[in-house]
Each structure stands twice: as C-alpha cells, then as structure tokens.
Design a protein around this ligand. Sequence first.
Ligand code: NDP
Length: 450
Amino acid sequence: MDQYFDERVESIFQTIRKRNAGEPEFHQAVRELLESVAVVLKRHPHYDQQGLLQRLCEPERQIIFRVPWIDDEGNIHVNRGFRVQYNSVLGPYKGGLRFHPSVNLSIIKFLAFEQIFKNALTGMPIGGAKGGADFDPKGRSDTEIMRFCQSFMTELHNYIGQYTDVPAGDIGVGGREIGWLFGQYKRMRNSYESGVLTGKGTSWGGSQVRTEATGYGLVYFTQEILKHRGLDFDGQTAVVSGAGNVAIYSVEKIQQLGGEVVAMSDSTGFVYDPEGIDLAAMLEVKLERRGRIVDYCALVPRAEFHEQRHRIWTVPCDVALPCATQNELDEVAAETLVKNGVKVVAEGANMPCTPEAIRVFRAAGVAFGPGKAANAGGVATSALEMQQNASRDSWTFEYTEERLATIMKRIHQRCIGTAAEYGYAGDYLMGANIAGFRKVADAMLALGII
Ligand code: NDP
C-alpha cells in the first residue's frame, strides 16, 4: 500500500511535468509538495479521490498579456505580463506582482503554487496567485516606471477585484509601484476599491507594518525555532542575503532582538561587516539612493565588498536567512554553512534553497524553515490590510505587529505539531507541506469538482 501511493504520486508528477514542459521552477515546487503528500495519502487515502491532486496542480486560470509602453525618448517597448490565479478555494486569489527581467511562466507558476499553501498556513481566508512582468525597472526613470505600471494595470484590471483577486508587491514592486498601480485601477473602474491591492501607503488605505511584515515575520518565525531549541537571538551571528524589502526588515528585527548581522548581498556581490551591518547606512544606500551594495563600503570603510554574491554563504554564522531569490543557495553553499556550524536556516525568499541544499540541512540536523511558512508574515499582514479596508478601520503599528507575531507563532506551532503527528518531529518542511495541503484539500473536497 505504501509503495502504491509513492508510485501514484510519482506518476501524477510525471504527467504534470510532461504537460508543462520547459518549466523547471514549477516542476521543483510541485515535486517538493507531492513528496510530502505521499505520506498523507498513506494515512488518509480519501484525498486520492475526485481527481484532487490533478486539480490541485492545474491553475484555475492563467492570464498572459501584452504590456506596451513608451520610454522617455519616445521609443516603444513591449513586455509580457502574467497573472496565474491558481486556487481560490479558501478565498479570493492573493499573491504578489514581480517586475524582473527573469520573469516567465514557470517562475510565476511556481510562486503561485507555493502561495496556495503559504496562504493556507496563515489561517486567513485567502486563495493563491502570483503575477508580474519581464520588465526591468533598473535604470528606468520614475516616469517610465509609472507609465509601465499604468499600462500593466490597464489590462490587469479586467481580472482582479477585492472579492476576486488581490495582488501585492514582490521583487521590483514596492509601495511606490503599488501607488501607481492603484491609481490606474481607480481610474479605469471609477471606484475607490481599497481592498483590490495590498501594500498601499498608510495614508490611503495601507496597513501599518506591511512594509516590514515579511522580514519581521521571518525573524519571529526563526525566533520560535530558536526557542524550540532552547536558544534565542541574543548573541547569535546571522547572514542575510539580498538587500531589498525582506532582507532589510529582517536585519532590523534581528538587531532589535540582540542578534548581529555580519553580511548582506545584492545581485552584484556581498558585503561583510565584522562589527555588524550599520542599518542606517544600508538604508541610505539601498532605499534612498537605490544604489549598489558596494556603496555601503564608502559609508562604512571597515566593511569588505566581494563580487561573487553566492560566496556570502562562506561567512560563518549561527542563523542564515536567504532573502534574495529562488535557488540562490545550492548544495555546496549548504555544505559550507553546515561545516561552519549553522544552526538555523529559514527562507525569507521563495524557494531560495535548492532541493539538494535542503537535503544537506535535513541530514545534518540543521533546523530548516521553508519559505511557505517562514515568509508568510507578508501575506498574512496583507490579509490584515484587507480586513481593515473591509471594515474601513485603521490599526496602530503596535497592534498590527502584535497580530503578526501571534500569526507567526501559530504557523510555527502548526508546522511542529503536524510534523510530529506524522512521525517527522522537528521537520518544518514536512509540517508546512502537510498542514498546508490538508487545509486546501479539505476545502476542495467540500466544494465538489470545480
Ligand atoms: P526586492 O526587490 O525588494 O529585493 C530583492 C533583493 O535581492 C535585491 O537586493 C536584489 O538585488 C537581491 N537579489 C536578487 N537576485 C539576487 C541574487 N541572485 N543574489 C543576491 N541578491 C540578489 O524584493 P523582496 O525583498 O520583496 O523579495 C525578495 C524575496 O522574498 C523574493 O523571493 C520574494 O518572492 C520573497 N518574498 C517577498 C515578500 C514581500 O512581502 N516583499 C513576501 C514573501 C516572499 P538587486 O537590487 O541588485 O537586484
């Protein structure tokens, strides 16, 4: 019987792989989830009915559209826009928008697929989606980016709405872009629908803490892992990759909790600061000037810059938080981290660790927090923003942060409890995948074959 379900899941995966050829990131995300699901089917064979697994892996809707725009010199550009509305069984589709030249259907599908289970783990009533465009905002003027956002929304507005699909930010899409996207939506619909986008400015419907939420949430989750091992952040050394929204606010919270962050990176390299990252200097370089990370060394001369960004993982640390992008931490990096005594690795980015790297951590007994649990604080706070918009309310920073911290504690308990129940004590990956899957699967069975 056990082998039957392993073979059944493998055969479903092979069919999905064939039908979605050339989409390696999507295959990677599906395979990881299905491997955990085999364990659930062995105990609860009723999930293997109504074509549940096949339906779960097929997006409800995939939208691909043209985004034409004109640069400051009058040249016309054409980008490709995407929105994958994957699963709405728990609530309106919810998930960010990514503007980056690497964006393609495989990347958006893997992100949307992960989002389903992440959103389920938050306990909030939201389905899973993701979107974006292969547009590169780097080097573009404010007016060019605004025109791009307006053109993108001119098409996207047909498919979203506060009860249908509620996008937010992701790589390349921050508060500024959400403003331009919301402005265009409002204009196209002649309706002030606050709840159609999250990550809005706090003076026009946004939630306090949304900017900080993913990073803060990641650190709260990591703190729970440490506590579970009888430790806390005080005196721990951390390495955080990336220098964007998630990385910066992770660093801020680690420092507030007494930890020391000694390295950060961007796509051009990493900086090592033996006395701990000076966050004010990093904020000036990355947020105010939108500069490169090497500029940090001009402000903080004690720091060293290294060009090979992936070598950030050679810096010894107790806690490693990959917060940049998918597959940024491979097997070799994982082995180096383990050799250097890392205790906890938690994913701020989506799928930043390769499957081989995850195997290394699990084999070495390193606590590994998968992204769908560890970085769920961002979308959870987006759901809090939707709640405030629906009730025309506005909460304080302190109250909202307290709700976020409680949500992250509950996600941690859910992962730990579920992992133990299925015989995988301490395995956050199994716990997150199984708990997320069961919540979505139960709702899918209840709603019939749709
Ligand atoms: P940002 O665009 O704000 O920042 C991304 C950062 O990562 C930039 O500093 C970028 O550098 C850097 N980067 C990109 N590629 C690499 C690389 N290969 N090596 C090192 N650094 C790199 O994005 P976010 O912080 O919002 O998102 C980061 C990750 O977190 C993504 O995986 C995203 O999906 C995930 N996430 C984000 C959430 C959010 O609320 N924002 C919620 C949950 C997950 P450069 O500027 O040079 O490109």
